[in-house]
Design a protein around this ligand. Sequence first.
Ligand code: HEC
Length: 226
Amino acid sequence: MNLTLKIIVTFAALLSINSFAASKVHLDHANTDIFDEASLQNGAKLFMNYCSGCHSISFMRYNRIAKDLGLSEEQVAKNLMFAGKKTGEAITTAMPNDGASNWFGGVPPDLSLVARSKGTDWIYTYLRSFYPDESRIFGVNNKVLINASMPDVLWSLRENQSEAEFDNSVRDITNFLDYVGEPAKLIRLKLGKWVLLFLGILFILVYMLKKEYWKDVKYGVWRPRD
Ligand code: HEC
């Protein structure tokens, strides 16, 4: 086999593995918007109410949330924190690890980076994919994470909301987790536009400068102006 053929075969094999993995579950688009402050605030509230009992987001601190989401520290302390915590503390969970292992057969993972590792579409679809399954301890299974040991924690929310409202709630939680995964994204994306604009203007100036310098260079030989 010649080299080109080998390369083509290798890539074809890699591609087919990839498309096999991707075709297993269909993921819905989360369509989150990290600049939607109201969505992030709602997501934070829902996360604290429905998720933080089991999951930590230990890379995040309460006062950082206050700053980034346009809330005062008092609002955060009142709405998002449990008693006995300080705003400068990391967001951990009250659940003891060995208790969690016995109850769920595993410790609920820290969700600080889950949006980075699994992606927002995955989280959005996962939270909306629980279905009844009597063979599981919590009576539910999940289409995205097969045999997940997480209960369907959002069932009460789903019962009290229309389908569209529920999708929006899940979108807000997903959006919040996306922000938690990379808080600097808020600054990075805003700043990026200005940096590109700056580079654009700089390009014009530098181009004009280049023209000016090269006026004196003719046929590759430098000659002083008359
Ligand atoms: C009662 C405890 C509990 C609650 C409450 C809970 N989870 Fe979980 N969660 C788990 C457990 C246990 C797992 C591990 C599942 C597994 O791997 O089988 C898990 C797994 C996950 C995962 C997959 C992580 C990964 O990398 O595989 C995500 C995402 C997740 N939970 C999000 C949430 C969100 C969002 C909420 C709130 C709406 C929430 N969970 C509420 C127990 C919980």
